[in-house]
Design a protein around this ligand. Structure first.
Ligand code: ZN
Ligand code: ZN
Ligand code: FE
Length: 732
């Protein structure tokens, strides 16, 4: 983080002698000088800390005078270790931004300007130690001016591995070729065309976010009808014009991690509605590389859609040859350059919940920063689940989670998965001794784990969710876990997803769950929410379900087929999924006709509910037993009846959330009465829903439970590898 050069500069300035070096325990330094000089050092060490450095603890002691010391030196690390030096990619810093726009600076308009305080790290590292020859900058020979900065401990670019200048650095180019690649790319964007832009971790597709036709064309070419696009803006002032920002949201936007922050959209903005159709929210991020900044500077462009460039369902493109081959059908031009991307890394996505970040995707800007476990885990590889896959390698109490890999459903993503495991392992110098996977035998991650020949542990999906939430909150012992998500293979062979678990890392019992219903049509049921409405209401309503508003007009034979599926369980596995319950409710309220992307119906329902005020609750039935079952058919029936009676869909959407939260409270109270446990961990993708999380949290807290939610990793399957690793560690 530029910490040692900073110490060097400070010590030299104050006339102190001694040395600084990395050690396994942190940074060590020896200083010699008079009391006043040393006190000044202590003070300025804290107050002038470089932007990316954090001092978590500081210990000092007096030592005997070392005679003959003449200057201050930066020494090699005490044990030859390297990992401390590889940090996440970091957004362009204020100093570099100033130089980028200063005609007098020698790096004026240098699209790759960087220093010790900013720029690419994780995405350019090819090996360790972190040194220029082991980055994708290896091919660029430093010119004399750059070399002088690189060697000068008093310079901001001292030992900044990726530095370069217009003379010696990477060059921009355009496909199809053009004499002025950047100028032409900007001209195309101004005309509403689609330009693929090579960023830190991969290629984005960019269009002018204020041009409705351009956004429509992008949706059509990308075959993405509804999923919201992220929007990049040049600075905080522009972000403030587009959205209502809290202080924390502002801090997250301008922070070195530069994630996409989902924020409340202002009613009237120049951004095309098609960017996030019908949504009160918008995902914003700040231009985080110099190249991105140059797309905005004096161009009249105010906001750009920035969406990952990829073939459908495949990983974000990061390889230049693949991009050149695959992008011309989608993009009108490709703005690229010759600094290779070593590690494909998507943008991170989060939103603020109760004054803290809640991750949807933890990726660029955060990887490879470790999550600290409350215990020593040894060397474990956790391979995650299937959707939103990430992997995790542990060493001691550190858990290194990978960047977002994607849905492990095709060969291309599986390749990225394999590369990621190998790369993270070699960078962190971790050779795993054990491996842990999901108990679903058909996940590609499970098959990979099977073939490693290492001691293997299989973990139930929702147990891993629970352990993930426990681990990041530093919990041990036994807790209650409320795990609501889309899907996961249960111990009884059915599909789980609305679970009340009791236990800890060593093991859990299923204390309760949502009532099991059929998934008519299997995977199709997750895409077509009407199927879930039929499945939930078949028992109480029978044939009358076909009269529900919005039901597709099926031929009599198709209806019969559905009936056979539901009654005999043919092509209709049992599930207790909470995600599918949200699908049914969203359909009944007319909020969703299809799930074109994971969680779409649930998000639509949440968005509706957020516009409503509190209203009367709906009934449900808790059927006691071990496990108890929460029957929510009365709740869904109530929605239908109150809708017919003229109540607004928004207030019913709110009532759905609040009633479900009440049911969760009753389930937890039942468990507390039996076990005495009063700590509740909430996990699973459904807890990306802020309204549900807020209601559940509030109800539980009011009833004197201690509630724990995810803050460091996503509640969805992107956080599952952490839980797998924690369980494996505790079962060793
Ligand atoms: Zn900088
Ligand atoms: Zn140079
Ligand atoms: Fe899950």
């Amino acid at each position: 983080m530029g910490f040692r050069p900073f110490v060097f500069r400070l010590a030299t300035e104050l006339g102190l002698t001694g040395w600084v070096r990395n050690s396994p325990a942190g940074v060590e330094l020896e200083l010699q000088g008079n009391t006043e000089q040393l006190a000044r050092f202590d003070e300025r060490l804290q107050s002038e800390l470089p932007p990316l450095a954090v001092i978590s603890s500081l210990k000092s002691a007096d030592i005997p005078v070392v005679s003959g010391e003449t200057g201050f030196a930066i020494l090699a690390s005490s044990d030859g270790s390297h990992e401390a030096q590889i940090t996440p990619d970091s957004a362009l810093c204020a100093d570099c931004l100033r130089e980028l726009s200063d005609p007098a600076d020698r790096r004026f308009r240098h699209p790759f300007i960087t220093c010790t305080n900013c720029g690419p790290r994780w995405t350019i590292v090819t090996g360790i130690p972190y040194d220029r020859p082991l980055t994708t900058m290896a091919a660029f020979q430093l010119c004399t001016s750059c070399e002088a900065e690189y060697r000068n401990p008093l310079d901001r670019r001292f030992h900044a591995q990726p530095i370069a200048c217009l003379d010696c650095g990477p060059q921009l180019s355009l496909i199809p070729p053009h004499a002025d690649p950047l100028g032409q790319a900007i001209a195309l964007l101004q005309q509403g065309r689609i330009v693929a832009v090579k960023g830190l971790g991969g290629y984005h597709l960019a269009v002018d976010a204020c041009n409705t036709d351009a956004v429509a064309r992008l949706r059509q070419r990308k075959q993405r009808d509804e999923k919201p696009f992220a929007v990049m803006v040049p600075d905080l002032a522009t972000a403030q014009q587009l959205a209502e920002l809290s202080e924390l949201e502002e801090r997250l936007l301008v922070g070195p991690e530069a994630p996409v922050v989902i924020v409340g959209r202002r009613a009237a903005t120049p951004v095309a509605d098609l960017v996030a159709p019908g949504s009160l929210w918008i995902g914003l991020l700040l231009a985080y590389t110099p190249l991105h900044q140059m797309l905005f500077a004096d161009t009249g462009l105010k906001a750009l859609v920035m969406t990952s460039a990829n073939a459908s369902d495949e990983p974000m493109l990061s390889d230049d040859a693949e991009a050149a081959e695959q992008l011309p059908g989608i993009a009108d031009a490709i703005l690229t350059h010759n600094r290779p991307i070593q590690v494909r890394t998507d943008d991170s996505v989060l939103r603020v919940f109760q004054g803290q970040p809640l991750f949807y995707r933890r990726s660029r800007g955060y990887v490879p920063r470790p999550v600290l476990l409350p215990f020593d885990a040894g060397k474990i590889l956790a391979v995650g689940a299937e959707l939103k896959n990430t992997i995790c390698l542990t060493r001691g109490n550190q858990a290194f989670l990978s960047q977002h890999i994607g849905d492990l459903k095709n060969e291309a993503t599986l390749d990225t998965f394999r590369q990621t495991i190998n790369h993270l392992g070699s960078i962190m110098e971790i050779r795993p001794e054990r491996v842990v996977c999901d108990q679903h035998p058909d996940y590609l991650s499970t098959r990979y784990a099977d073939e490693l020949g290492l001691p293997l542990l299989r973990v139930q999906h929702h147990h891993a969710h629970l352990a993930s939430c426990m681990a990041e909150n530093g919990l041990d012992g036994d807790v209650i876990g409320v795990i609501f998500d889309g899907t996961g293979l249960g111990d009884d062979g059915t599909v789980w997803g609305g679970e009340f678990l009791v236990g800890g890392y060593a093991g859990v019992q299923r204390a309760g769950h949502l009532k099991q219903i059929r998934l008519p049509g299997g995977d199709l049921a997750a895409k077509e929410p009407w199927r879930m409405a039929v499945a939930w209401l078949w028992e109480p309503l029978g044939e009358a379900v076909w009269q529900l508003p919005g039901m597709p007009a099926l031929a009599a034979t198709d209806r019969q087929l559905l009936q056979v599926m539901l009654e005999r369980g043919i092509n209709a596995p049992l599930t207790s999924s909470a995600g599918r319950l949200f699908d049914a409710a969203a359909f009944l309220l007319g909020a969703a006709t299809r799930n074109n992307f994971d969680g779409q119906a649930g998000m639509a329902l949440e968005a509706l509910a957020e516009t409503a005020t509190a209203t009367g609750l709906l009934p449900y039935h808790l059927q006691p037993g071990r496990p108890f079952q929460l029957d929510l058919a009365p709740l869904l029936l109530g929605l239908v009846q109150r809708l017919q009676a003229g109540e607004s869909v928004a207030s019913l959407a709110w009532a759905f959330h609040a009633s479900l939260a009440t049911a969760v409270l009753e389930g937890c109270e039942l468990i507390r009465n039996e076990t005495g446990f009063d700590r509740v961990a909430l996990s699973g993708g459904v807890f990306q829903n802020r309204l549900l999380t807020e209601l559940v949290y509030t109800f539980l807290a009011k009833s004197h439970f201690s509630v724990f939610i995810h803050r460091l990793v996503p509640p969805n399957d992107g956080g599952i590898c952490l839980g797998q690793a924690a369980i494996a560690a505790r079962r060793s």
